[in-house]
Design a protein around this ligand. Sequence first.
Ligand code: DAH
Length: 339
Amino acid sequence: MKEKLEAIKASALNEIKNSSTSAELEAVRVKYLGKKGELTLILRGMGALSAEERPVIGKVANEVREAIEAALTESVTAIKNKERDEKLKNDVIDISLPGKKNILGKRHPLDAALESMKEIFISMGFTIEEGPEVESDYYNFEALNIPKNHPARSEQDTFYINDNVVLRTQTSPVQIRVMEKNAPPIKMISPGKVFRSDAVDATHSPIFYQMEGLVIDKGITFADLKGTLEIFAKKMFGDKVKTKFRPHHFPFTEPSAEMDASCFVCGGEGCSVCKGSGWIELLGCGMVHPEVLRKGGIDPEIYSGFAFGFGVDRMVMMKYGLDDIRLLYESDMRFLNQF
Ligand code: DAH
């Protein structure tokens, strides 16, 4: 029995030595150590040996198994390394081939402009508020001093969901929602989408962006409004920009104004962008109407405030000299790649 084991060991080690591939080694392993392998069968037959023989033969059998396993492991590693080296040697990389270009995504100009506008107001201590795009007639019109049949309603062609629900035509309703929930001081902006049933052309889109602003505290005056909006214009269009205020009318402010900025293309000389006037209309603003404060639950005898609102798309168009609002919504990569 002992001789038989030694013979198995010798032939196994020999076969291992003569194997040159992983597959050949695996075949050797199966032949000797597999379920029906030569050594396995002997180990299984140990029960038939006498009590004296069993430990002696058992010891030898174990040594043989260990020796075969060790030789196998060593050869497997060596052959794997050799096979890997050969594969690497044949894997030629042509470093002169052109690389693959990764195309990076970019911010949409509208989104980038919104972001920088928000940054400007955040730096002045404004918070950012949001309101629903599907809005009740009450918040969109009524509470802002625009009752049914008010002529201002016809200026904002409205998408009605039903008699009392609309797609908001302006971001101004957020003013009321914020006043209802917060006691002054209030200092917020609210950017977002608004909707008007306008036919699409170079200057009209049924969806566009507005940014609303509202500041309420004790003793807020028109001087605060002017100072804040002048700083905004300078940060947005550069330090050289001049601003002026023209009287205007909005139902939710009294007095109301429109702010113009000196044309940042020609610097005020007059060009095609400012249509020769040297000025560009930037935004609407005014002191919050006492009736609107009351609707928001704020006592106009104690508090005053100012509000403003502007079209974000319009500002982006002016900033980049775009003459067609549709460019901002058509996702034409030839256009967007220029930013
Ligand atoms: N909501 C106005 C519009 O859509 C813009 C506006 C004007 C907002 C004056 C204001 C404001 O808050 O004070 O035309």
